[in-house]
Ligand binder design. Structure first.
Ligand SMILES: *Cc1c(COP(=O)(O)O)cnc(C)c1O
Length: 443
């Protein structure tokens, strides 16, 4: 299958090229040229299938033309070695817990899937990769700048994958100790680089590296950010599984799914799911105080702004990159977008109140991101609807915040604790590009 650019000025790409390049030449985002629907028979029996089997059927629709079937099954089964359960919060509201992956982040799925897909293309000797065959350093080198969550998901997803080396750049003293352990203790093919600067400096180093011709002649560089088709499309697996688990409980009629959103990759994958036939009535995009998409829904006008810091910091995005994909998916029609998606926005004070209300009345512990999702359902659901919101982070990832709001002492899961016992190793780096470049050329 070919992938086109949302900006319409770049040549269509193969899956292999779209995954390695990430962004099209015209700076647009890649979109699959076809969205293959799933047959009615699949939905009729979906509740009998496991998460892995459901995901494989969905993956075939996207990647079946480009990845050999047994290899694709292996990639999907390897990626999803954990559950994605729904938990009942109230009679009408269920939490889809997206935090059961290795780093307790929903981003684990896309990161692992992308790593395994790249490995597949390396083994096949893909056409696009072969053009880079003359390079001195034959690895694929993944550069990722992180303020916390993305770095740990990508590092763990790529850990031990042969032929690929990952460089995680993070700002010194600006990520939480738990997060830092998740990418500095791994070793093997993961190098953590502690930059003497802020997140924007890390991002600038990565962006400059991608544009530096000398560096690109010497080594194959790729990014693993969330706009990559191999990271965002696999997130649709979650929504098919949610439908199946709700159907199992006889609760699949008039489903409303609510997604706490930042860059809008997660909800975008859900909308692809709907296009493939997933029987969800409508979606809600829940925002924190960064309300750019909310305002677009109200006015039909899209005005990016500088992001503001909130308690739900993984959603602090002022210019959501996947807006371009959603806009493109609906042919730029505001009305059509509003038919499928409505919005909600919550300030920090509201997020704290919501977390307390939910904990007091239901006993369920929300993290600040999930809190926006839960409340958006409470505020917007109509008679006869059942709501499912994504709980996008394990509350223990935000332990200090959650404990201070709820006066609790929540337990840190064993998986997180295990990271904290490893030995921290990182390379100190200035924020000067010349230093970073010299380091990479010496690798
Ligand atoms: C990444 C992330 C989000 C936002 O997801 P998008 O796909 O960027 O909209 C929400 N919550 C958490 C905890 C995240 O890590």
């Amino acid at each position: 299958m070919k992938y086109y650019s949302t900006n319409g000025k770049a040549e269509n790409a193969t899956l292999e090229k779209a995954v390695i390049k990430g962004l099209a030449e015209d700076k647009g985002l890649y979109m699959p040229e076809k969205i293959n629907p799933l047959p009615q028979e699949f939905f009729d029996n979906i509740e009998k299938l496991s998460f892995q089997e459901i995901a494989f059927r969905v993956a075939e629709c996207f990647f079946g033309e480009d990845v050999e079937s047994t290899a694709l099954r292996e990639i999907v089964y390897d990626t999803l070695q954990f559950d994605c359960p729904v938990a009942k919060v109230t009679d009408e509201i269920y939490s889809l817990e997206l935090f059961h992956g290795p780093t307790l982040a929903f981003k684990d799925v896309g990161a692992r899937f992308m790593a395994r897909l790249l490995q597949y293309f390396l083994k096949q000797g893909g056409e696009y990769l072969m053009q880079g065959g003359e390079k001195k350093n034959k690895n694929i080198n993944v550069l990722v700048a992180t303020s916390g969550d993305t770095g740990s998901a990508v590092a763990n997803g790529f850990l031990g994958v042969e032929g690929i080396h990952v460089y995680v750049l993070y700002p010194k003293g600006k990520v939480s100790p738990i997060q830092e352990c998740q990418f500095t203790t791994l070793g093997k093919n993961i190098t953590a680089i502690e930059v003497d600067g802020v997140f924007d400096d890390c991002q600038a180093l990565v962006k400059t590296a991608f544009m530096d011709s000398e560096l690109n002649d010497a080594m194959m560089l790729t990014s693993a950010n969330s706009i990559n088709v191999a990271r965002f499309l696999p997130q649709s697996f979650y929504y098919f599984n949610a439908y199946a688990r709700m159907k199992e409980q006889g609760k699949a009629e008039n489903l409303v799914m609510c997604v706490p959103s930042g860059n809008f990759g997660n909800i975008c994958s859900a909308l692809f799911g709907k296009r493939m036939g997933l029987p969800v009535k409508r979606f809600i995009a829940a925002n924190n105080a960064n309300d750019i998409f909310y305002n677009y829904l109200q006015t039909g006008e899209y005005h990016p702004k500088a992001s503001v810091q909130t308690l739900a910091n993984a959603m602090d995005v002022g210019d959501p990159s996947n807006f371009a994909r959603i806009y493109n998916l609906y042919g730029g029609e505001h009305k059509a977008i509003c038919r499928d998606i409505s919005g909600a926005t919550y300030k920090d004070q509201e997020i704290m109140d919501i977390m307390r209300e939910c904990y007091t009345n239901t006993g369920y512990i929300l993290d600040p991101h999930g809190a926006c999702g839960y409340q958006a359902l409470k505020d917007n659901m109509q008679e006869g609807e059942t709501g499912v919101f994504c709980e996008t982070a394990h509350p223990a990832k935000f332990k200090a915040t959650v404990d201070s709001i709820l006066q609790s002492d929540i337990e840190i899961p064993a998986r997180l604790q295990a990271f904290m016992r490893g030995e921290k190793k990182s390379i100190a780096m200035s924020k000067e590009f010349a230093d970073f470049k010299a380091f990479l050329l010496n690798e």
